[in-house]
Design a protein around this ligand. Structure first.
Ligand SMILES: C[S@@+](CC[C@H](N)C(=O)[O-])C[C@H]1O[C@@H](n2cnc3c(N)ncnc32)[C@H](O)[C@@H]1O
Length: 510
């Protein structure tokens, strides 16, 4: 049984052996595989420990907690690790180390059970469930990657949905692979004949291929992403000579046009003689459905060559898109010269009252300065420090200027405003989209005509003939009429008007 992927079927709580994303600070993520330690690990008496600049976090404090939990740092016992460090320092100072230290440290890391973690006085992180978006933001980069704004649009345009079979090349760092795996997932295949949504990914760089294979396995994505080590320009996209029957293709390659001829319905002229069996050329595409493709290229010259090739191979609806993504931050700006200078905050008066108070204060200071200048002229210059920073207005100095809101909830202070964030990481590339219509022959034409008899609508449409369609329409209209009547009657029963007196009961009340 395959281990369920935390990207696809997450458990409600963190479990050992599962990938988690530690949120250290805003946009600062660190992926970790949570470990259950039975003893000291790497010199930490508490077992496997995540070290960050916000403190140390033994994995035991990150396990069996709901995803999204905030976890406080622990005061870890560095055991042998600390002693080793101290020993090194002592050796540096030419002081001989105590001889039993090594033995002791060995004991710590062997049989002794892991120590209970003790909460430290400060520092915390959040533990997040892995998603393709978080993985994209935290994955170890081996190549340039496709970022969320691009792949979310690409997946939508190539019609990726549960059950879709996608061809992807090259796999690179696996950013797109993770996102597409989630998009097509409709269960793990139970055997080779079980046709489920799948990503057929290709990568020709051996170390990258091996690293990604490891990641797919540890992320529980092996049944969903099938990675092949191959140069797709020369060798195409078949798997053991068989077609993946893909309906969607994503090419993030330096020269996508070199791979396009393999993505045809019939043997293209460009195919090398003998390649893929001269007589029975097999297409990697699903013959019964249209195929949507996207190529991802940073230069317009690459786009031009790709579009030329797409056209010559019969792809239609060719268009190009560039995604320009901007995040808009909504925040409160505390405006006023009396508030501390916050990063990006506007240091101007909040209102006329504050401006007047400030002017009066400046005038007062100027007069004071003049007076002191006059008094100290030629005497003691050190009495006045003219370079000292001006004190800020505080509440007592300017009651009107200081906002009464200051005493209220701090998050409700200031004016609500928005700012666009310019430095979002996206790899700006040109996205070329195209469609290859499904395979069409006389048989397909006859089947379509039988189902939708164009020009002979009086006959059968779908499974209904003309009389049945008329009856269906009549039933539908009658149903609507009845609904309307029922509604009217219900309303009348609820609000009997003066013109509609209650029924006489026959009892004389006089
Ligand atoms: C920009 S990276 C792809 C990044 C990937 N889309 C991601 O989101 O992480 C391009 C990859 O294509 C691979 N590649 C280049 N030419 C190839 C070829 N002919 N066949 C297979 N892979 C190829 C490179 O090794 C590289 O890893």
């Amino acid at each position: 049984m395959v281990q369920a992927s935390p990207f696809l079927n997450p458990e409600p709580r963190t479990t050992p052996g599962v990938l988690a994303i530690a949120l250290l600070s805003r946009d600062n993520y660190q992926p970790i595989t949570l470990e259950q330690s039975s003893g000291a690990v790497d010199g930490y008496a508490e077992g496997a420990t995540l070290n960050t600049r916000f403190g140390s976090f033994p994995h035991s404090t990150l396990l069996d907690i709901p995803w999204g939990s905030q976890v406080r740092a622990s005061a870890v016992d560095t055991g042998s690790r600390g002693r080793r460090k101290r020993k090194l320092e002592q050796t540096d100072e030419d002081t001989p180390a105590a001889s039993n230290n090594d033995e002791e440290s060995e004991n710590v890391s062997r049989g002794t059970p892991a120590k209970q973690a003790v909460v430290a006085s400060s520092g915390f992180i959040h533990i997040l469930r892995p998603t393709p978006e978080l993985w994209t933001s935290s994955l170890p980069h081996r190549t340039q990657v496709v970022y969320t704004p691009d792949y979310s649009y690409v997946l939508h345009r190539i019609r990726a949905r549960p059950g879709t079979r996608i061809i992807e090349a090259g796999a690179g760092s696996g950013s797109f692979s993770h996102a597409s795996a989630r998009a097509v997932y409709n269960g793990y295949p139970t055997g080779p004949s079980d046709r489920k949504g799948k990503v057929f990914s290709f990568e020709f760089h051996k170390p990258r291929y091996e690293k990604m294979q490891e990641e797919l396995q540890s992320h529980g994505l092996e049944g969903i992403v099938e990675l092949t080590h191959r140069d797709v320009y020369g060798e195409g996209f078949l798997l053991n000579g068989e077609s993946p029957k893909a309906t969607a293709v994503f090419l993030d390659l330096p020269a996508p046009w070199e791979a396009l001829h393999h993505l045809s319905r019939r043997k293209p002229k460009k195919a090398i003689a003998g390649e893929n069996g001269d007589s029975a050329w097999v297409s990697p595409l699903d013959p019964e459905q249209s195929v949507h493709i996207c190529t991802f290229s940073p230069c317009i010259e690459q786009v031009t060559r790709t579009v030329e090739e797409l056209r010559s191979l019969g792809w239609i609806d060719v268009d190009m898109v560039e995604i320009s993504h901007r995040r808009i931050n909504i925040q409160r700006d505390r405006i006023g010269i009396s508030v501390p200078n916050e990063r990006g905050a506007n240091q101007s008066p909040a209102d006329v009252a504050e401006a007047l108070a400030r002017l009066k204060d400046i005038n007062k200071r100027a007069a004071e300065y003049q007076r002191l200048q006059f008094q100290t002229n030629g005497q003691n210059d050190t009495e006045m420090d003219v370079d000292a920073p001006e004190p800020r207005l505080d509440k007592n100095q300017s009651e009107e200027a200081a906002s009464t809101e200051d005493d209220d909830k701090p998050w409700a202070q200031g004016r609500l405003c928005h700012r666009t964030e310019g430095d979002i990481r996206t790899h700006t590339s040109y996205l070329v989209f195209a469609v290859l219509p499904r395979e069409w022959d006389e048989e397909a034409e006859a089947a379509a005509f039988a189902k939708w008899p164009c020009g002979k609508e009086s006959k059968t449409i779908g499974s209904l003939d003309k009389i049945a369609r008329k009856q269906e329409r009549r039933d539908f209209l009658q149903g609507k009429k009845k609904q309307k009547q029922d509604k009217k009657e219900k309303k009348r029963a609820e609000n009997p008007g003066p013109s509609d007196p209650p029924q006489a009961t026959g009892v004389n009340t006089e």
